[in-house]
Design a binder for this molecule. Structure first.
Ligand code: FNR
Length: 365
């Protein structure tokens, strides 16, 4: 279908599903085990309702924001999704190009199909990039990757902490992995018989712990954010350890099934951080998982998130239409953002306050 028939992020998903090879669709769309968490990521947002205010001047609406101090045209970022070339020949570069055009920030995955340098070479002058890191058992390899990223101007290091072992995504495991061009790291014993995720992930260090996070501070000046925190206790530890932030995330429901949704964890996390006065040094809390509408973004902002990550929706947008798909997806979100902010009576993100959402049903699963 022509791209202008896509009117919401769901429409890109439908197109992607209809055109993608079976193995790519299986890898991208699958969640762990019974996919309860993957479904919960959507349904948690649907248990939050708005409490709009009226008679506020919403002639002008401004939803621009910052992430780690970098400007973004709306409070979202393109989170890391591996193996972009399974679904489109230009892979992750589609996001780089669309990021420049839309004023949004891309997180480069360790396991991108395009090489790190190939992606960074496509960035426009001054375009801000952040990087997702899977830590190799051989820390010397990881140190090289981190130093290189900083040298090439990457502005934030998001260390994934929810994947000491890859979750079981059975849809994916039934497929054979055949992507020769991917960034398979040393230390991987590539078993191609059980899907993409297993084939590329065996280098990841299951021994990673808090003292390693301290070590990262000695090898980089990039702000460090933990991606995949799943309860307030670890968010508090991250803040106490002087990190720049956390992403409350369950990896799009691809890791531990029955992990709770980011939006649910956000509520307790903000309360505990506030109570301990741990937000004063600019500590930022992001969430990802299941964001498909600007209304979801606004709910997250109301409850204290600085920004939200989008994974599959933008991946599907470029599988379907390349860079133009991502640009359109983000434009649709901007249009939804403008309308939703007017209708809840909040002309800026600072006006989106906790009292504008009713979370009384959120914990009733
Ligand atoms: C991911 N995600 C992910 N996370 C990460 O830290 N490193 C990675 O390599 C990947 N790879 C990856 C591949 C695919 C196909 C998906 C769908 C997801 C998780 C991702 O960053 C994010 O947490 C979720 O995708 C957010 O959920 P939604 O937006 O996909 O619902």
């Amino acid at each position: 279908p022509p791209i202008d028939e896509c009117l919401s992020l769901y429409d890109f998903e439908a197109v992607a599903k209809s055109i993608l090879p079976t193995a790519a669709w299986a890898y991208y769309s699958s969640g762990a085990d019974d996919e309860i968490t993957m479904r919960e990521n959507r349904s948690a947002y649907q248990r939050i309702w708005f409490r709009p205010r009226v008679l506020r001047d919403v002639t002008e609406v401004d939803y621009s924001s910052t992430i780690l101090g970098m400007p973004t045209s709306l409070p979202i970022y393109m989170t890391a999704t591996a193996l972009g070339r399974l679904g489109h020949p230009d892979g992750e570069k589609n996001l780089t190009w669309a990021g420049a055009e839309t004023g949004t920030i891309q997180m480069i995955p360790t396991l991108a199909s395009c090489s790190f340098d190939e992606i960074v070479d496509e960035a426009a002058p001054g375009q801000n990039l952040i990087m997702q890191l899977y830590v190799n058992k051989d820390h010397a390899i990881t140190e090289r990757i981190v130093r290189h990223a900083e040298e090439r101007g990457v502005k934030g290091l998001f260390i994934t902490v929810d994947a000491p072992q890859l979750g079981r995504r059975e849809k994916d495991m039934r497929q054979k992995f055949a992507d020769e061009g991917s960034n398979v790291q040393q230390g991987s014993t590539v078993d191609k018989s059980q899907g993409a995720a297993r084939a590329i992930s065996s280098f990841i260090d299951p021994g990673l712990c808090w003292k390693d996070i301290e070590w990262f501070k000695t090898i980089t000046k990039m702000p460090i954010v933990l991606k995949g925190v799943q309860c307030w206790e670890d968010a508090v530890l991250a803040a106490e350890n002087g990190l720049a932030g956390v992403v409350l995330s369950n990896h799009g429901g691809r890791q531990l099934d029955f992990a709770r949704s980011g939006i649910e964890i956000l509520v307790e996390t903000m309360a505990e951080l506030r109570q301990r006065d741990l937000l004063k040094n600019g500590f930022e809390v992001y969430i990802d998982g299941g964001v498909r509408r600007a209304g979801d973004v606004i709910k997250a902002i109301a409850l204290g998130a600085k920004a939200v990550g989008l994974g599959r929706p933008l991946l599907y947008a470029y599988c379907a239409y390349g860079k133009e798909g991502v640009v359109r997806a983000i434009q649709l979100l901007k249009d939804e953002m403008e309308m939703n902010l007017r209708l809840i009576g909040a002309p800026t993100l600072a006006d989106v306050t906790p009292d504008m959402v009713d979370i009384s049903a959120l914990h009733h699963r």
